[in-house]
Design a protein around this ligand. Structure first.
Ligand code: NAD
Ligand code: UDP
Length: 320
């Protein structure tokens, strides 16, 4: 086995962070999960708790934290619109103050630092698909800006710590990702549609459903993130699945796979909702030898199977 490292995963109890923790623990690393449990459940990491190379610290990254580590994955931030708009000022603080605290730790420990940025930094894109060179089209005044602009500032801080202090940073821009352990009430399209299909509620398409997204299965995404950390690339590098679907196509696929009797209804489109989104993954293929392998139908089946195992009443909406 390669050298054992002490690794901090901030947001390590979340949908993606918990999967990263699982992989790193399985590789034998000493993993510290730091989370304030704003949008996650302890059940996401409960299976890891008995392992001697895993520990959890309840902590909010907007406050400084003193640990000795070799690598830091900064996954901590509410990611779904309903979650990040719940307290937009806190969302911005998490991205900015949280990044400063963890980059400061990376500087002090000479640790590698991976930042989970997002396709949202492209805003409602005028360039399609989106390459990393595209600078984006974000409404700085809109209701999504707390997240988009926070992440843009997080990227800027990475580059400033890199240039000024030589911190080894890795920036990934993550596109819409789904899979087991998504929060069933996060308001994101896949969790909404599957939950609605199971409970018999109407499936809510916002707008006319012609807007598109490109959905990446969780395990493909996490494989890309681990490759990025192990690489010599600063980034940013897009990680996502380039296969694009309209929201209407997605609704029809969920109905087919669940055999649901739910009706599909059309409601208002939220403000600043991007019309299209598709990653250009040329750089990930070239520098990380990475590309997704899970088709949407297969990934949805895995996700639907996981939804069958959970008790929806155990999931609560976020609290401040
Ligand atoms: P998630 O909400 O499941 O995970 C985020 C985790 O961070 C949660 O466990 C939450 O409790 C924790 N957290 C939030 N604020 C915190 C704070 N101030 N201090 C400590 N912990 C805090 O979301 P996710 O989908 O797993 O996203 C993980 C990261 O990936 C986020 O940074 C998100 O912006 C980014 N991302 C995700 C997607 C996606 O489609 N899932 C897309 C683009 C980017
Ligand atoms: N959406 C929808 N119905 C829902 C939830 C979302 O039609 O119940 C749409 C939403 O308007 C957007 C797309 O699905 O166009 C993806 O939304 P999500 O919140 O999952 O991700 P994001 O907008 O951040 O990409």
């Amino acid at each position: 086995m390669s050298q054992i490292k002490r690794i901090l995963v901030a947001g390590g109890a979340g949908f993606l962070g918990s999967r990263i923790c699982e992989e790193l623990v399985a590789q034998g690393h000493d993993v510290i999960c730091v989370d304030n449990f704003f949008t996650s459940q302890k059940t996401n990491v409960v299976d890891l708790l008995p392992k001697p190379n895993f520990e959890v610290i309840r902590h909010d990254i907007i406050h400084p934290l003193w640990l000795e580590v070799d690598e830091i994955y900064n996954m901590a931030c509410p990611a779904a619109p309903g979650h990040y708009q719940f307290n937009p000022i806190k969302t911005m603080k998490t991205s900015v103050m949280g990044s400063i605290n963890l980059l400061g730790m990376a500087k002090r420990c000479r640790a590698k630092y991976l930042y989970a940025s997002t396709s949202e930094i492209y805003g409602d894109p005028e360039v399609h698909p989106q390459p990393e060179t595209y600078r984006g089209s974000v409404n700085t005044l809109g209701i999504r800006a707390c997240y988009d602009e926070g992440k843009r500032a997080g990227e800027t801080l990475c580059m400033d710590y890199h240039r000024m202090n030589g911190v080894q940073v890795r920036i990934v821009r993550i596109f819409n990702t789904y899979g087991p352990r998504m929060h069933p009430y996060d308001g994101r399209v896949i969790s909404n549609f599957i939950r609605q299909a199971f409970t018999g509620e109407p499936i809510t398409i916002y707008g006319d459903g012609s807007q598109t997204r490109s959905f990446c299965y969780r395990d493909d995404l996490v494989r890309g993130i681990l490759k990025m950390m192990a690489s010599d690339q600063v980034g940013p590098i897009n990680i996502g699945n380039p296969k694009e679907f309209s929201i209407r196509q997605l609704a029809e696929l969920v109905v087919k796979l669940t055999g649901s009797k739910s009706e599909i209804i059309y409601t208002d489109l939220p403000a600043d909702d991007p019309k299209q989104r598709q990653p250009d993954i040329t750089l990930a293929k070239k520098h990380l030898a990475w590309e997704p392998t899970t088709q949407l139908e297969e990934g949805l089946k895995q996700t639907i199977d996981w939804f069958k195992t959970i008790d929806l009443s155990q999931y609560r909406p976020p609290t401040p």
